[in-house]
Design a protein around this ligand. Structure first.
Ligand code: FES
Length: 75
């Protein structure tokens, strides 16, 4: 399913990001606060040391959050 695939995004060093863990965000793969309406687990905050392009998990089954580890291929 396409909504479960990873999201390729460019991240900036030192900037704070919030990866959506609940799937309800309309701004995937990032949190938009929708977890509050659903009493779901809040986002995972993270940042990177250098500017880079990464694949963030979309299926929420990764063993290496917030990064894609290919778990969506098993769904
Ligand atoms: S909207 Fe999903 S963790 Fe915040």
């Amino acid at each position: 399913m396409s909504e479960y695939k990873s999201h390729k995004v460019k991240l900036e060093a030192g900037k704070k990001y919030a990866w959506c863990t609940c799937r309800f965000s309309a701004d995937q793969p990032f949190c938009d606060g929708s977890h509050r309406k659903h009493n779901a687990t809040p986002s995972l905050a993270f940042e990177v040391d250098t500017d880079k392009e990464v694949s963030l998990c979309g299926c929420k089954q990764t063993k290496n959050p917030p990064y894609c580890d290919g778990s969506h291929n098993d769904l």
